[in-house]
Design a protein around this ligand. Structure first.
Ligand code: AMP
Ligand code: ZN
Length: 468
């Protein structure tokens, strides 16, 4: 019996056991980047939390369908394109590319789909028409608004106190007229010189919130399991998504809402507008170790603020080095072929470690506690190697345990592929040459392999290879 994954549901502010609506299959939507600029490491912290959630769900044996949108039309993208004299798609393509490059470098697993807003305008128009038919909208000045007073549960996610807002007062915001401060735009009238799409409401473009409702329901169905973002998405974005989606379908929209706390610098949220941000390039220019960044993010559970400092990054890099060198040392024993069952019970110790590790992950993705279980395990295995009580079979068992944990952590290099038999033969031939002290032949084989990108390292337990 697999234990349940408990998650802190922002809706209702309580711990909830995950029970997928479709047994065995978790459908989740993660709000993606607005592609008007290179993402900063604050954004990446949120994306990494979503990656860890995904990896843990897969490790638990669930099938996962994850959708992450790309917001490629809004005020910021339109302004940026205009400033650079580019078309909107030309402008956003650069940042879509840099986003994918960043998430690959951070070893984030790909979601099943990354739908773009501009490719789903028809779906958004259809959803707005449904809301219109059901009496939740009004038109004003060529724009279409969602009237929040028609949705009684409005604000249930953020638990906002609506009596504090000035009902009925007409306010101008973003040069659009609306009846209530909290009413929000579903469709925005086009302005001269801006990209527009034809629609039954006139030429214009979709609002930001409708994008996520339309694309999540298109790919995941009207009612799905998990929706994530950072805490700044709770209000108004996610409350608006709930209002639009539930008003349109008459059904519950999402079972579990998860929100990551912010990455902060000197106590302040890292953000583009404040100028206090680092990109992944900035960070890697100072310390070229993406796994250390990953580790740093994992070291603080997602619901706690993460204060970014260079010292913390150094600490994370040292921790990753400890994991890597322990794994390499264990690999050496595994490859040694020495089979002499020693005193160290790798099987028992390994499953004990994995039990603790995954129990921490099941406890609302407590990555810091999960990492806390890893180091005592590595220490024990290291001690066993020092004492000569770990044989090759035990080392393989220990490695399996480490790799199972790393399936979620993602900080170790991927396992080496099996060498083609032909290259293995070359290594054997070189060993034979060395055995008969034919150094010229041994060197020739080493150089020939190097030319093919295979590097050999001779150690006490034989020859190891790696790709250049
Ligand atoms: P944006 O591109 O601004 O829509 O942001 C993409 C994602 O990053 C959203 O889920 C934001 O809530 C999240 N985000 C923005 N700033 C931070 C931050 N400092 N720390 C963590 N997440 C953030
Ligand atoms: Zn969204």
């Amino acid at each position: 019996m697999v234990s349940a994954l408990r998650l802190h549901n922002t809706l209702g502010r309580r711990m909830t056991d995950l029970a997928p609506l479709e047994p065995g299959h978790v459908r989740m939507y993660t709000c993606g980047p607005t592609v008007y600029n290179v993402v900063h490491i604050g954004n990446l912290r949120t994306f990494l939390f979503e990656d860890v959630l995904r990896r843990h769900l897969l490790a638990k044996g669930f099938r996962v369908t994850q959708i992450m949108n790309l917001t490629d039309v809004d005020d910021k993208t339109i302004r940026g394109a205009k400033e650079e004299g580019l078309s909107l798609p030309e402008f956003t393509a650069k940042y879509v590319e840099s986003f994918f490059r960043d998430i690959r470098r951070l070893n984030l697993e790909a979601a099943e789909r990354y739908p773009k807003a501009t490719e789903h305008v028809a779906d958004m128009i259809a959803l707005i028409e449904t809301l219109q038919k059901r009496g939740h909208t009004y038109a004003s000045d060529g724009s279409v608004w969602f009237r929040i007073s028609t949705f009684p549960g409005y604000g249930k996610l953020s638990q906002i106190d609506l009596t504090q807002t000035r009902r009925g007062e007409r306010v101008a915001e973003d040069e659009y007229e609306k009846e209530d401060v909290k009413d929000f735009a579903l469709w925005k009238r086009g302005k001269p010189g801006e990209p527009v799409w034809p629609s039954p409401f006139g030429d214009g473009r979709p609002g930001w919130h409708i994008e996520c409702s339309a694309m999540s329901m298109k790919y995941l169905g009207r009612h799905f399991d998990i929706h994530t973002g950072a805490v700044d998405n709770i209000f108004p974005h996610h409350d608006n998504e709930i209002a639009q989606s539930e008003a349109a379908t008459g059904e519950p929209f999402v079972e579990i809402w998860l929100h990551a706390e912010h990455l902060v610098v000197d106590g302040e949220k890292m953000s583009k507008s404040k100028g206090n941000f680092f990109t992944l390039d900035d960070v890697l220019a100072r310390r070229d170790d993406a796994a250390a960044v990953r580790y740093l993010f994992l070291s603080v559970p997602y619901r706690r603020k993460l204060n970014f400092t260079w010292d913390a990054l150094s600490g994370a890099a040292a921790a990753v080095d400890r994991i890597r060198s322990a794994a390499a040392r264990i690999e050496e024993v595994a490859a040694s072929g020495v089979e002499k069952p020693g005193a160290f019970g790798a099987g028992e110790r390994g499953s004990g470690f994995l039990g603790e590790f995954f129990a921490a992950m099941d406890d609302d993705l407590n990555t810091s506690e999960a990492l806390g279980a890893l180091f005592p395990f590595l220490r024990d295995v290291n001690t066993a190697i020092d004492e000569g009580s770990l044989d090759a079979a035990g080392a393989r068992t220990a490695l399996d345990a480490i790799r199972s944990a790393d399936r979620v952590l993602g900080v170790l290099p991927s396992a080496p592929e099996a060498l083609p038999a032909e290259i293995e033969g070359q290594i054997e031939a070189r060993n034979a040459a060395r055995g008969r002290r034919d150094w010229a032949e041994a060197d020739r084989i080493r150089a020939a392999l190097a030319a093919r990108g295979i590097l050999l390292e001779d150690g006490p337990s034989g020859t190891r290879w790696k790709k250049a």
